[in-house]
Design a protein around this ligand. Sequence first.
Ligand code: SAM
Length: 282
Amino acid sequence: MEWLQKIDSDYWLIEQDRGNLTVSYRLKEIIFSEKSTFQHVMIADSYDFGRMLVLDGVVQTTALDGHIYNEMITHVPLFIHKNPEKVLIIGGGDCGAAKEVTKHVSVKDIHMVEIDELVVNACRKHLQEVSGNLSDPRVSFIFTDGIEFVKKTEQTYDVIIVDSSDPEGPAEQLFEFEFYQHLKRKLKDDGILVCQSQSPLFQANITRNTFNNFQELFAHADVYYAVVPTYPGGFWSFTIGSKSPINISCESLVDVNTKYFNKDMMVSSFKLPQFLAKKIIY
Ligand code: SAM
């Protein structure tokens, strides 16, 4: 675990982001640390970010700001849809996205397809600031590869949320055109797909590719963003697609008890700075 270092009496998590950037977190305590078939899973308590989920040395979500990402990846597509009943989440092992989806009373079924059961078990037990322990009976956990699941399932969904880790290892194919083609087939005619599409500053090629792929596949494709301090640069993108034209407004919004998302965020997150408005010109 080269990313964990003891300096004097403290443990530091030294996160290497694609080799060019290092972000270090001073830790109070390592709460859980185990290797699964897919990755090393750690929950640590840090000084400024509180408890955090770390996969293979990369911070995925924290008690400080996990809600920002999870609220924005869920409530935006769920409110655009207006009457979502059946929701698929691919990835999302920290359970924060599923927790947000359960706040929608129209939703009857949430299928959460996560490759790594150890992530879910660790987060439900040790990261309840994000997972909320998640015991809603509408949530079904399916522990398998999201790529295989979408190829085989005969189910269709109102909203599909791809809450993946970075495009490396098991998540690599979750950023490919072929996967989005499968997802499109699993969407109902008025269904909405949203994917986290990485940092538009440091991984502009991924944000751009995701948007280009969505434009090719969907009648409506768009990018929106949120500010998530945990992710390098803070600035994070989401790409959304729909088979039918959609209207981004806050008219149908009801209060869902959030800390970041609100009516204004719903609309303003699509008001893009110039480089993003031109769909990533960096
Ligand atoms: N919000 C976080 C971020 O953007 O860094 C990521 C949330 S969540 C922890 C990502 C999850 O995707 C992980 O738990 C990982 O195990 C899961 N995952 C990666 N590849 C997958 C695949 N092929 N199928 C299903 N889940 C996958």
